[in-house]
Design a protein around this ligand. Structure first.
Ligand code: 13P
Ligand code: SF4
Length: 337
């Protein structure tokens, strides 16, 4: 009885304090504790490649945005712990209203998603009547609800090409991915002026200098990078695409123009190869996504223990945002992705 009330008080304190401030016993084996919690709670951990290595190592599935959405769609776990950023966890919740979806740090947002506020986008859309809207998954539920179909970096070309050539299209929110898709499909989509802070930071000048020092290194780049960087790339692809390329290609050295988290999997898959993060245009570690890196192993453990922060979404918004996601998943499945 005493124990029970003490527990309630402790929980209340925790609520007030913000449970992320809880001091963890440093001797706790978080890997083992997280494994225990997964079993106890029938929870699954889905992690993006940009998460810190410890989180990737404890995850049940690691993938790019499309892979993660597909896993979220088919999981039979009761709890989805999303080690990624808000729009990813929100997508999982949109697909799974009956499940609990947790995000270790609710502040893990996305500069690209933030660059496209729904009220402004609604006006933009009104200025372009007759256009269908294709939105990159890196956007809020509000933008998804204003879209006809969602895409990710691994299926954007297929999604765009699912529309007839003469169909006018708005592509949001990433202008770099949109421009790249315009280039490889010969389309002329109207682009929303948004970008990712991590992929815009690479210095072409420093990359070229690096290439001179490492003449056999191949430059591999994510399509969120600016055109100037993409022009020099030997291979362009989503995070999964980049990882697969390094596994099948015969080069021994790669300059990697995307967030550094992916290098953990590249090194695990090809320990005999060298992976050099593409340098940013200043001395900061800006090619680490500050949003992705808000999640830590400690926060992951706490969020599984206390089952929060939880992603919640208004039902009307959820239904409107689900339609274009379902459409993306259908087109992708038909294309064998
Ligand atoms: P992908 O997961 O599609 O490679 O996109 C990378 C990204 O920026 C996610 O935020
Ligand atoms: Fe958003 Fe860029 Fe971070 Fe991806 S890497 S979550 S697009 S800010």
């Amino acid at each position: 009885m005493i124990e029970e009330s003490a527990l309630r008080v402790a929980e209340k304190e925790l609520e007030n304090k913000g449970f992320l401030d809880v001091e963890l016993d440093p001797s706790l084996d978080l890997f083992a504790e997280i494994e225990k919690l997964k079993k106890q709670k029938n929870a699954v951990i889905l992690a993006h490649y940009y998460q810190e290595p410890d989180i990737q190592d404890v995850a049940d599935y690691i993938g790019d945005s499309l892979g993660l959405a597909q896993q979220a769609q088919k999981t039979d776990a009761d709890i989805i712990v999303f080690a990624g950023v808000h729009f990813m966890a929100e997508t999982a919740k949109i697909l799974n209203p009956q499940k609990k979806v947790l995000l270790p740090d609710l502040k893990a947002g996305c500069s690209l998603s933030d660059s496209c506020p729904p009220p402004l986008f609604k006006k933009f859309k009104e200025k372009h009547p007759g256009h269908v809207v294709i939105s990159y998954i890196n956007c809020s539920a509000g933008i998804k609800a204003l879209s006809d179909v969602i895409c990710t970096s691994s299926n954007a070309k297929i999604i765009v090409e699912s529309f007839p050539e003469e169909q006018p299209i708005i592509f949001a929110p990433d202008k770099n991915l949109g421009a790249y898709i315009n280039k490889i499909t010969g389309r002329n989509m109207v682009l929303w002026d948004g970008a990712c802070m991590v992929h815009e930071i690479f210095s072409l000048e420093k990359i070229i200098k690096l290439k001179v020092r490492h003449p056999r290194a191949k430059l591999i780049a994510h399509p969120e990078c600016e055109e100037a960087v993409l022009k020099h790339a030997d291979f362009i692809g989503s995070t999964t695409g980049l990882l697969k390329f390094t596994q099948t290609d015969d080069a021994m050295e790669y300059i990697v123009a995307t967030e550094t988290g992916i290098i953990h999997q590249m090194m695990k898959a090809s320990p005999h190869k060298t992976f050099i993060p593409a340098p940013p245009d200043n001395s900061c570690a800006c090619n680490n996504c500050p949003h992705m890196k808000l999640n830590t192993l400690e926060k992951l453990y706490l969020c599984m223990q206390y089952e929060k922060p939880e992603i919640l979404i208004d039902e009307e918004l959820r239904l409107a945002a689900k339609k274009p996601i379902d459409r993306m998943l259908e087109i992708s499945a038909k294309a064998g992705l």
